[in-house]
Design a binder for this molecule. Sequence first.
Ligand code: GTP
Ligand code: MG
Length: 207
Amino acid sequence: MKITSAEFVMSNSDVAQCPNQPLPEYAFIGRSNVGKSSLINMLMQRKSLAKTSGRPGKTQLINHFLINKNWFLVDLPGYGYARVSKQSKKTFQKFITAYFEKRKQLVLGFVLIDSRHEPQPIDLEFMEWLGEQQIPFSIVFTKADKLKPNALKRNLEIYAAKMLETWEEMPMHFITSSSNNAGREELLDYIDQINQEMKEQQGLPFN
Ligand code: GTP
Ligand code: MG
């Protein structure tokens, strides 16, 4: 997919206030600092469309971006960020949960996983929760540039083995790096393909 336009639309913490156009929407979620905002900038080839930071907890709201005037991309706050207060952690969790439960336009969540780490309970539990809610998701392994090819391959095998303890098959997944653009075309083509299929199915399910 060629990106012809990417515009920031709005930030908020209330799913009811999110844009109401009936456009397909894809949300990026994962632990703080996993690279959600960086990935969005890499996909859009824009330096600072989404705000990034070396300090976890940078993204604190639901951020909508309108892409090619026909789909939304959503940058979400990270879960599992220890430095924010317990109260604001709860508030985060509440509106992220509400977003996934209520957002009719949401087509698919991309769950970002740092490819350097072994499977973390918080990510596995979040994916199980998505499964229970019947919310489709794909996995995006991030920061692949930080590992040598063999170490990356081994980590992915460990991850797949862990997933297969719970899931019948390994979900669709992508290997990405915001530093060297790895995975960019694959991920954008995947979104494009879903958008096309939805169009062919005569309108969006949430119209
Ligand atoms: P929160 O908004 O705090 O939840 O974080 P986030 O998931 O949006 O992470 P962000 O994109 O802000 O990136 C966190 C840090 O990781 C930054 O210092 C990025 O430069 C770095 N980073 C992100 N992606 C990559 C990558 O693919 N490769 C490398 N080497 N660094 C990355
Ligand atoms: Mg962020």
